[in-house]
Design a protein around this ligand. Sequence first.
Ligand code: G3I
Length: 305
Amino acid sequence: ADTLGSAAAAQGRYFGTAVAASHLGEAGYVSTLNREFDSATPENEMKWDATEPTRGTFTFSAADRVVDHAQAQGMDVRGHTLVWHSQLPSWVGGLGAADLRSAMNNHINRVMGHYKGEIHSWDVVNEAFQDGGSGARRSSPFQDKLGDGYIEEAFRTARAADPAAKLCYNDYNTDGVNAKSTAVYTMVKDFKSRGVPIDCVGFQGHFNSNSPVPSDLRANLQRFADLGVDVQITELDIEGSGAAQADSYARVVEACLAVDRCTGITVWGVTDKYSWRSSGTPLLFDGNYAAKPAYHAVLSALGGS
Ligand code: G3I
């Protein structure tokens, strides 16, 4: 196998990338995307501010461009994301509890309904826990007005809206065993014990010198898998360059391959030049779409060449 997608497929996994609709007119972007990746996550186009900027008025044109492109290439699509404190239009924060509950459920129903049967996995709830050692929930309109139960309610609504989609909880700084990942673990364990629908947990994998690839990444993925959920690396990018960056990428791939229920990896962009880390070089292709050492390390770790 000589592409990321085909090498991952030979291991029973997918290899995806975040895709921005605004770059789909650029030849180098599209040829790299089409050649290397077999899964796509719209980077911003499915978020609440993009899909329901005003209450009850839904726009899917940008997200549809990404989904249409992915489907035409035979790629799976990860849906990202339904309930998140960020990129949330201000009208949502102005609602009282009863209205907020119905707006949340309506948003899930309408967005998932538009893509019913077309999404491999949905990030139903994103980044609901605080950083630091408390293991507490993050303040948000949902948390503050609806309490802890909003997450469970979102997952139940999502299951009914598209029973074919895998339903994921997604977060960052949860890649290793720490207080935040243990808080997520405790929630997932509780959901599984009570029959709350959840199929997967996404580990974003945003790494840099302050937050390097943890040595217990594999062990952490495995403890979640042992709860009976799939695990996925959902937004991988690693600051740095050269051999050190390549080695870090290889270690993430090896950790995923060592866990049977780690079903795939998504990197958070095709090329360094469009990374959300605007000053960095965290991805697998440089600004001219040349494969970096990190690319070759990932391909090799996947068993390709
Ligand atoms: O769409 C507007 C555009 O109309 C405007 O002209 C332009 C001017 O700044 O801004 C555009 O919006 C930007 C948007 O990306 C689309 O390009 C926002 O300012 C910018 O904040 C936004 O950044 C995104 C960020 O999420 C917002 O939280 C990044 O592209 C996206 O990569 C990043 O992705 C998140 C995941 O969803 C969740 N996990 C963390 C990850 C990295 O932050």
